[in-house]
Design a protein around this ligand. Sequence first.
Ligand SMILES: [Zn+2]
Length: 67
Amino acid sequence: MRYSESWDHDHCEFCWAKFAEEILIPDSLHEGYATADNYRWICEACFEDFKDQFGWRLIEDRGETAG
Ligand SMILES: [Zn+2]
């Protein structure tokens, strides 16, 4: 989920939980849900809380590879 060389961590849009690589921040979240443009991150708990309210849907992983 690294999207730039300067990427360090992101936060959940709702509860501000921290997402980061485990080697960097061991007690952070390591996965969550991103918007289609990968700009906003949402943790699993908030996704569950708000998905109905916002009508979010999971997008199938199309098996894209970088490059
Ligand atoms: Zn959250």
